[in-house]
Ligand binder design. Structure first.
Ligand code: AMP
Ligand code: ZN
Length: 113
């Protein structure tokens, strides 16, 4: 058992506004949205950061596939959206369970940070 906040969401111990779920991935609305659409997409297995992903396993592909579904579910696929994976302190990572942000619903700034 881990006290990781995203693992608690996966186990149903903390509620979330679910957007999409399959056997490998869960996606839910960010609690502090930075755009009209702001979804957090996470693998169901605990991986701390992007640097801990085994690039040969299916996790990254499953996250990308989920992002495609989330973009369509949230009606931002045609208009466009941004995906972001923060890594470690300078990258702004606060929750150490790998996650992809999907932002859209307005014209996003040109700069990334
Ligand atoms: P990061 O800075 O990349 O680690 O992003 C973590 C994100 O998780 C932030 O955008 C938070 O607003 C979001 N977050 C933290 N706790 C929750 C929660 N319980 N439900 C939904 N989003 C959350
Ligand atoms: Zn976790």
């Amino acid at each position: 058992m881990t006290d990781c906040i995203f693992c608690k969401i996966i186990r149903g111990e903390i509620p979330c506004a679910k957007v999409y779920e399959d056997d490998a991935v869960l996606a839910f609305d960010d609690i502090h949205p930075m755009a009209p659409v702001h979804v957090v997409i996470i693998p169901k297995t605990h991986v701390a950061t992007l640097l801990d992903v085994d690039a040969k396993d299916a996790t990254v592909g499953r996250l990308i596939a989920a992002a495609q579904d989330v973009a369509r579910i949230k009606n931002v696929a045609a208009g466009g959206f941004r995906t972001v994976v923060n890594c470690n302190a300078d990258g702004g990572q606060v929750v150490f369970h790998l996650h992809m942000h999907l932002l859209g619903g307005r014209k996003l700034e040109d700069q990334l940070g």
